[in-house]
Design a protein around this ligand. Structure first.
Ligand SMILES: NC(=O)C[C@H](N)C(=O)O
Length: 350
């Protein structure tokens, strides 16, 4: 049955009357640094989560001048702990919220470490032209120059912007607006962490007004999934390649319940030759999809890796994992899965 999360805040609870002339935005809070506190204002590591969705909203009362806000506390965890229950709850709640005529857009507050995974998940799972904006912070709420409040203000601005429609899920942080399809976290600590090297940014905030460089566009190879009746996700493990990689990891993952594998390969999807033998044997024995991606920060894996792996194209390992997970969870067969990866990059003969 669908997961039903209580709506923790109604608009009246934040002591702001509903203003019928303002757009309505729903904020879904999941945790992360944006919801964290340190013990001093100079502490920027080792802090802990301590703010709920109401605290996040109250820290930026200016958002109530531009919108009516409703909030859900979907979870309150570091983003490494986001799991299938939380991801599916987000997808189900967001679909319901955006189906309401009066809701202009949604904002997800989230830890930055895996923000790109949730953003990409929503990009695949939410079939609405209304904005889905994913936002986080690199400094806890207690820090000097905490970045969360302005990031949240910009996220709400984006969620109500007519120009933000039809662009899929977006990530905003540090004044930038990126497509969930391509944006990735590039630095473990710096505020300037989210961008997409090759495909670039969608836009930028100028005095808190979003400016887009291009008209709305759908990334080549985008696939939509209907998760209405999906309440469990397939297990997909990522194996990180390195010199002399242990071939035993393939069967260890499968024995651990993996329905599919993604390899963060060396270069454009490479592994040791003994690991390649193990992948081929596992594919022949089980038929499970094994997607070949890259451990390099950027680039793509072309479709010439042999019959027993599926080339990831431009999808990095963590995005390839989400795509494979949703494909398997909606019952897609091997050839169709191969197709959804192949359509996202040029064929070798093109
Ligand atoms: N900047 C952050 O949000 C990092 C945090 N560890 C997370 O939950 O992803």
């Amino acid at each position: 049955s669908p997961i039903d999360f209580p709506r923790l805040i109604v608009r009246q609870d934040i002591e702001t009357p509903i203003n019928a002339s303002l757009p309505n935005v729903t904020i879904l809070a999941t945790g992360g640094t944006i919801a964290s506190k340190g013990s001093t204002n100079t502490q920027t590591t080792g802090y802990s989560i301590g703010l709920g969705v109401q605290d996040l909203i109250e820290a930026v009362p200016e958002i109530l001048n531009i919108s009516n806000i409703a909030g859900y506390q979907v979870s309150n965890v570091g983003s490494g702990s986001i799991n299938e229950t939380i991801s599916l709850a987000l997808a189900h709640i967001i679909s319901k919220e955006l189906a309401k005529d009066e809701v202009s857009g949604v904002v997800i507050t989230h830890g930055t470490d895996t923000l790109e995974e949730t953003a990409f998940f929503m990009n695949l799972a939410i079939n609405s032209s209304k904005p889905v904006v994913c936002v986080g912070a690199m400094r806890p709420s207690t820090a000097l120059s905490a970045d969360g409040p302005l990031n949240l203000y910009q996220a709400v601005t984006l969620a109500i912007s007519p120009n933000a429609k039809g662009r899929g899920a977006m990530i905003t942080l540090n004044d930038r607006i990126g497509s969930a399809f391509y944006t990735t976290k590039n630095n473990a600590n710096s505020i300037d962490t989210f961008y997409s090297m090759e495909a670039g940014q969608l836009g930028f905030f100028i005095n808190q007004v979003p400016f887009f460089f291009y008209e709305p566009a759908v990334p080549i190879g985008h696939t939509s999934f209907d998760l209405t009746n999906v309440n469990d996700l397939a297990q997909v493990d990522i194996l990180y390649a390195h010199q002399d990689m242990d071939p035993g990891l393939v069967n260890a993952s499968i024995a651990g319940g993996a329905d599919g594998l993604v390899i963060a390969g060396v270069g454009a999807g490479g592994t040791s030759s003994k690991f390649a033998v193990a992948m081929e044997e596992a594919y022949n024995a089980t038929g499970i999809p094994i997607v070949s991606s890259h451990r390099s920060a950027d680039g793509f894996v072309p479709g010439d890796e042999g019959d027993f792996t599926i080339a990831s194209g431009f999808y990095n390992p963590q995005k390839a994992r989400i795509l494979l997970q949703l494909a398997l969870s909606t019952g897609m067969g091997y050839d169709d899965i191969k197709g959804i990866f192949a359509k996202s990059y040029p064929s070798p003969s093109a």
